[in-house]
Design a binder for this molecule. Structure first.
Ligand code: ACO
Length: 333
């Protein structure tokens, strides 16, 4: 028994926010953002859109590609760090939008590594026979939680809104048949406060949210950018090689490398360190910014659509994010 990806989908809102748009609201520039991150523009939701709307669009596209209806799905996993509501999260709203009555769903919190964490979980559930057809979706609406002033510029310029989804199905095919080959995940809570949103949080008493917290900007993401950068460029190659090794594969065997889209410079650094040729890489951060848990399924969808990801190819996926969390997976398409 193995787990096969049988459909991909993605959705980004129509509203394009350029670097020049951001420069109207804070002290930044197109040049600074492009040089430091590679980002040209990102998408932000419109006034009537919510996370589950984005996720629904991505899921319906993935279901169509797999030739399935929502009712065929027996479990939904949704990765996010920007929940539609503190509880119950986002997945329950998505489940209802898909017209499902009692299909189990859950939110998984592993930030930018969330999709790969879910891939490991879903693979285990499918191999164990617990579920046979699963939707795994990453969905982020960052734009409504950003500090749109110079105070927040280091974080605000990198984030974007978007959703990506895959359908996973049990497969009895063997040998070189398509499927997930290996997934490896890691966490390091020691650095939880190096990249986080502190408030509102139940760790704060007697009240998890006060006017002072809002005024002090404790409700916005805070990141020690250089520290995060250094850990990302160390952990990503480490876990990528660990995962390939577990699958008895080498860098040269892989046809396509997909890296989390947090900063183009991180990805260039990792690719350089591992001597990965440029024609085996694909990035879309230039157009969408960092969509956290949605980034990897969005890459899967776009590389399938542009012909880089075709049947039989080996694809390696690697992410690093808040927590710290990092992960890698390798699959045959
Ligand atoms: N525009 C203009 N200037 C800026 C901006 C901006 N948007 N942001 C920061 N600066 C300034 C700083 O204030 C600083 O000025 P100073 O020298 O006068 O003090 C200067 O630019 C350099 O700041 P650094 O933070 O050192 O800049 P750096 O080169 O590290 O780039 C960046 C910042 C792009 C955020 C980078 O550190 C980075 O990408 N870090 C990793 C991000 C990441 O991987 N996140 C993980 C995923 S996200 C998740 O999991 C939720």
């Amino acid at each position: 028994m193995r787990t096969k990806i049988t459909g991909t989908g993605m959705y980004v809102p129509d509203r394009v926010v350029t670097n020049d748009d951001l420069a109207q609201w804070m002290d930044t520039s197109d040049e600074w953002i492009q040089q430091r991150t590679g980002i040209l523009e990102r998408r932000w939701i419109g006034p009537d859109q919510q996370p589950a709307d984005l996720a629904e669009r991505a899921c319906r596209q993935a279901l169509d590609a797999a030739g399935l209806e929502p009712n065929d799905i027996d479990c939904i996993l949704l990765g996010t760090l920007s929940s539609q509501a503190d509880f119950p999260g986002t997945s329950f709203f998505l489940q209802h939008k898909l017209g499902l009555e009692d299909t189990p769903c859950m939110d998984v919190r592993a930030q930018c590594s969330g999709f790969l964490y879910m891939l490991q979980l879903a693979d285990a559930l499918i191999r164990a026979g617990t579920h046979r057809k699963m939707l795994v979706v990453g969905c982020e609406v960052h734009s409504t939680g950003l500090d749109i002033s110079t105070r927040g510029r280091d974080v605000t310029v990198i984030f974007g809104d978007g959703s990506g989804a895959v359908v996973l199905e049990a497969s009895e095919e063997e040998g070189d048949a398509p499927g997930i080959l290996e997934v490896r995940i890691h966490s390091q809570g020691e650095h939880a406060k190096r990249l986080w949103v502190e408030a509102p949080g139940s760790g704060i008493s007697p009240s998890r949210l006060t006017h002072e917290m809002i005024d002090d900007g404790r409700v916005f993401p805070h990141m020690e950018g250089r520290f995060v950068f250094k850990h990302a460029v160390t952990r990503m190659p480490e876990v990528l090689l660990e995962t390939l090794d577990a699958a008895s594969l080498k860098i040269e065997d892989v046809d396509l490398f997909l890296f989390h889209q947090a900063n183009l410079r991180i990805n260039e650094f990792v690719a350089g360190k591992l001597e990965i040729p440029e024609d085996k890489l694909f990035n879309n951060i230039m157009s969408y910014g960092n969509c956290s848990a949605a980034a990897i399924p969005m890459l899967l969808h776009e590389t399938q659509a542009n012909g880089m990801l075709t049947p039989g190819k080996l694809v390696s996926m690697t992410a690093f994010g808040a927590g710290f969390s990092w992960a890698s997976a390798v699959a045959r398409w």
